[in-house]
Design a binder for this molecule. Sequence first.
Ligand SMILES: [Fe+2]
Ligand SMILES: [Fe+2]
Length: 405
Amino acid sequence: MSAFNFNDWDTPAPRTPSSAPAGAAPTSAAATTTTAATTAATAAAPEPRPGLDANAARNPAMLAPEARPGALAPVRVSDKRIVNGQGDINQLAPFKYPWAWEFFLNANKNHWTPLEISMAQDVHDYHHRLTPAERHVFENVLSYLTTSDILAMRNIGLAVMEKMTAPELQIYQARQVYEEALHTWTYQHCIESLGLDQQEIYNRYRVVPEIHGKIALANRRLERVMRADFDLGNRDNLHEFALSYLFFAAIFEGCWFYNGFSPIFALQRRGLMKGTAEQLQYIMRDEVLHCAFGIRAVRTLIAEEELELDPQAVSLLWQEAEAAEAAYSGYLLREPMLGYSAAQHMGQFRYIANRRARQLGLAEPFPGAENVLPWLDEQANLRKEKNFFETRVTEYQTGGALAWE
Ligand SMILES: [Fe+2]
Ligand SMILES: [Fe+2]
């Protein structure tokens, strides 16, 4: 049984130097596992000197590599960095970031496919129970998500993973790339199951400016760092990369996905579109990890590179994200649904944004924002959804082993 805490959104990550990275929220529990303890001990061990460490006594081949033609020096923990490292990118251990490996192990405990969840009741709900205003909300949420998860997949693969220089980070991100693709499949499965017009749904983000605004902002924030020739040896570029990754993990994934799902969870609370909502609850499990991993990676990067984030640049990130979300929610909820309005949506956005800022060790961007949808964390994270696994077509062997509190 995993002791991993998927629901620990609120524990601020400790301020840590790169030499002893301790946990962003969800990893603190995981770091107590045997594997983590072992790897952490490895990371904390004194640096071996090439050719002269204890292994050399057991393995004469490691003695004085410079004396053996063609021999390379062993990789040391100190060679590894988040970016700009000198270690061999194809060599997993010794670990410098054992928490990243723990993320990979835990990610593999949440595995499902959208085919396992029945959508039959949703077909009936969509055609016979949703009001026109609720259908408008439902379709536009799906429309935004379809595009944003492809953007997420490309970003983590092309802009982030490609630039990491420690394999334990890249391995988790490789899993994340797959999960983003799985999320896209999930939306497509919902769209197909409900018989929605794919041409229309997939193009909606292009023809609705309020949806396009969020995608355009993300593209602008991520476009430059996605380039393969983006030189991280340049300090200004390094600062831009840290800000972009921060935007992606804390805002795009940590706020916009979280907020993006909540209108569907509001329908689910009223017994509507429960299949779709259940699909999104599985996605939410992945996104909890994506957000936490990204925040931890960014914090470690900032400490390691001794970066000082420009407060004005950070403030602008939050302001732009809030403005884009306000326009989106104004369009989405031009007519409020029963129990869910644009004002509540934005209140929740600001409340979650503060949570992300605390996890980053930054000042809250929206002081005083209140938890206007207190049911959301619970609804999203299935704390009391006793029938959750019973609704699945098949029981997945590892899915039931997840601990949520
Ligand atoms: Fe995703
Ligand atoms: Fe994600």
